[in-house]
Design a binder for this molecule. Structure first.
Ligand code: ADP
Ligand code: ZN
Length: 720
């Protein structure tokens, strides 16, 4: 008798499934989540639908158990596809799917508590409050009861001992109610209605397509893509709305609820263990119909996915830079292709790649040229060579005057500087010593509110000393250049009456604190916002009428081939926050180079001109989307080890007519977390098989020694 065997992919750094004996009692089928022995351990795995390897049957080990849950066929093909495209081991991609191991056991019933007996002998004010809440006889989760009564859980626990409360088990409530596509359709204006009709067709059709939805900020893109969501829901499909993590605000959830009568389920890094488990189960069971989530939501096991919307599709936050290096926008398109359903990419400032795909007819292109309410802001440049601030100050007289005017008129103003902390560099006036990170080749950034110097690359922090560590001089340390904290300080001295608020990703209190600050801005409880690029991300600030960009040139001073595109997008997005709901919004950009094509395009509102020029220049240089790029970063603790490995790699690069290998060159960030880094850049024609070339090349050079690592980044976004 021959043994039945199965291929099982395991979430570790291997590319091929392993072969196991399949006990007939388990009735295994492709997609089943199983437990298998691996060395001395037992690990999770998924039955993969491919032929098993021919191995020695006597050494075969058996699948130990089958769990709840199934990874649908489309999802398995997606794992294969992502691994193939990014050159990652398939096991590592599967790992992103199996991140919620709790979801595979039987679901625990929820425990609830309810009033059962007489009041306890010993009564306290806290106990009385609990009993008042519980008096309605309803069953509640223990923590909910404690929270409602405003007491600690221990007070509730005490009441069990006295038999005043009892515990019962109830079926877990689903995390969200079902959205109703007919709940509250919007009244659209003419442009919107046309686009919405087209999107509705797209959303209800069961075919693969990609649509670029382009419209200025405030034109109603969200409003109209909701119509595609409605159509997909009505057609019985599940929907995924991808958003940059930070854009998933209360405002977005409330808007969704207003349209569909229920919130979408959320998926991002702040969802806790139990919440993640319930969302994972709900998606797998099909009881959750819409997910609004960050990029990792792509790896949820939707059985009936029928539409993905990628909001703010140009956002660099969609690129995952460690582990499996992938771009969520591009993977969303692949997911749609595999699942044969539509994908919508939405942005006010589309990526040059998506624009090119639209121009070539590979993507449909829908446009909303006008704001729904209000008008586009009036943008101007402030020439710092002429109108610059005095030494040691960063806000120019024309900008200060505009802020004053805005505040006097009761409006809200935003000062934008894409740099966290107080100052990007601290040096000693006496000896010239500069504070540098001990792990990275980067200056330490002063964070004055925390009284620290911090490295923005590895997270290293140290207290800001009183004396120079080099020459021991006292009071000799001076900050160089501004960060948002320094701008906030200057603004506070200029506008002492204004209610100011800093918005930056390194706030103590994390995302919860950020959301509450965003909320305060939306509700007009703040007069003057000082923020980093966080403020540019899709938020609706109805009271904002002036945006001042402190350093418009900041993003242009890099060797990054996307510097112009990114600066254009950022400046357009951030100035686009002004006057969203009212007319008379203004954007002012401080720059030393007002003649720069990016500044010109922003000031004159000439988007088409910008995209045309940028596409021409990319084509001339064979850059994406006209050619393809891959970056190889070689790193090691010892500089020579990294350098030698990088040289060895470069020498081993196979000759190919359509592919060139540049480098190695020391990375702009030469050391990160104590690892020395060298970069190679691979430039390929569009028609070349870049992945095949890389696979062939990497496998030809043998295992590294001395702890050297090579990471491969297909379609790199960062060139540091
Ligand atoms: P975008 O996503 O393009 O920035 P939004 O969809 O957020 O634009 O719309 C901007 C603002 O205008 C929102 O407050 C939205 O509620 C409002 N709005 C847009 N279209 C309509 C409409 N047809 N009816 C009512 N309000 C609308
Ligand atoms: Zn560092």
């Amino acid at each position: 008798m021959t043994l039945a065997t199965v291929a099982v992919l395991i979430p570790v750094a291997v590319d091929r499934p392993y072969t196991y004996e399949a006990p007939s009692a388990l009735e295994l089928a492709a997609g089943d989540v199983v437990v298998v022995p691996l060395g001395p351990r037992h690990v999770l795995g998924v039955v993969w639908d491919e032929p098993v390897e021919d191995i020695d049957r006597h050494r075969l080990r058996a699948v130990a158990d089958k769990l709840d849950g199934c990874i649908p066929g489309d999802m398995r093909r997606f794992v294969d596809w992502v691994a193939d495209y990014t050159l990652s081991p398939r096991g590592m991609v599967l790992r992103m799917v199996l991140r919620v191991p709790e979801a595979f056991g039987p679901e625990q019933p929820q425990q609830a508590v309810r009033l059962a007996g007489p009041a306890p002998d010993r009564m306290t004010p806290a106990r009385r409050r609990v009993l008042e809440v519980a008096a309605d006889g309803l069953a509640r989760a223990k923590s909910a009861l404690a929270a409602e009564a405003g007491v600690g859980v221990s007070v509730v626990d005490g009441l069990f001992k006295d038999d005043t409360l009892e515990i019962l088990e109830i079926d877990p409530t689903p995390p969200v109610a079902l959205p109703d596509p007919r709940h509250s359709p919007p009244a659209l204006n003419r442009d919107q209605a046309k686009v919405a009709a087209s999107l509705r067709d797209t959303g209800s059709g069961g075919n693969f397509s990609v649509t670029l939805l382009e419209g200025v900020t405030g034109s109603g893109k969200t409003e109209v893509y909701f119509e595609a969501v409605a159509a997909a829901l009505a057609a019985g499909r599940q929907v995924l709305v991808l958003v940059p993590e930070i854009s998933l605000t209360a405002e977005f959830l409330e808007r969704f609820e207003a349209r569909f009568g229920a919130r979408p389920a959320e998926w991002h890094s702040q969802i806790s263990g139990k919440g993640r488990e319930r969302v994972w189960r709900g998606v797998a069971a099909g009881t959750i119909r819409v997910i609004a989530g960050a990029r990792s939501a792509l790896f949820l096991p939707f059985p009936e996915l029928g539409l993905i919307v990628v909001d703010e599709e140009h956002d660099a936050a969609y690129k995952q830079e460690d582990g499996v290096i992938y771009h969520a926008r591009d993977m969303a398109v692949a997911r749609g292709m595999i699942g044969r359903f539509p994908v919508i990419l939405s942005s006010a400032t589309p990526s040059v790649e998506s624009r090119a795909n639209a121009a070539r007819g590979r993507y449909a292109h829908l446009a909303l040229p006008d704001r729904f309410a209000g008008a586009l802001p009036e943008i101007s440049a402030i020439d710092l060579r002429v109108d610059g601030p005095e030494r040691g100050r960063w806000l120019s007289p024309p900008l200060v005057a505009a802020v004053e005017e805005t505040l006097e008129a009761g409006g809200q103003a935003l000062l934008f500087l894409n740099r966290r902390g107080y100052a990007p560099l601290t040096l000693c006036r006496a000896c010239g010593f500069r504070f540098e990170c001990s792990n990275c080749s980067a200056w330490l950034v002063e964070h004055r509110f925390r009284r620290e110097l911090a490295c923005h690359h590895c997270g290293h922090r140290e207290p800001r000393p009183e004396r120079c560590p080099n020459c021991d001089a006292e009071d000799s340390l001076v900050p160089c250049g501004p960060g948002v904290e320094r701008i906030a300080e200057e603004a506070a001295s200029l506008f002492p009456e204004a209610r100011g608020l800093v918005l930056s990703s390194d706030l103590v209190g994390g995302i919860a604190e950020l959301r509450s600050r965003l909320d305060a801005i939306e509700r007009g409880k703040v007069d003057l916002v000082i923020g980093t690029q966080l403020v540019a991300k899709g938020h609706n600030f109805p009271h904002l009428s002036l945006v001042g960009v402190v350093d418009g040139d900041l993003g242009l001073a890099t060797a990054d081939p996307r510097a112009a595109e990114r600066t254009f997008q950022l400046l357009q997005q951030v100035t686009g926050r002004a006057g969203r709901m009212t007319a008379g919004g203004r954007g002012m950009i401080q720059t030393f180079d007002p003649a720069h094509p990016v500044m010109q395009a922003i000031v004159s509102g000439d988007r088409e001109g910008f995209y045309t020029r940028e596409l021409e220049s990319r084509e001339r240089h064979g850059l994406p989307p006209f050619g393809r790029l891959a970056a190889l970063v070689v790193s090691a603790r010892v500089r020579e080890v990294a350098w030698n490995r990088a040289r060895q790699l470069a020498r081993a690069a196979p000759a190919a007519t359509e592919i060139r290998v540049l480098g190695p060159a020391e990375a702009p960030l030469a050391v990160v977390r104590g690892r020395h880094r060298y970069r190679l850049l691979v430039k390929a024609a569009r028609s070349a098989d870049l992945q095949g070339y890389l696979r062939n090349w990497i496998s030809s050079i043998g295992a590294p020694s001395g702890g050297a690592r090579v990471s491969i980044d297909i379609d790199p976004v960062s060139f540091l």
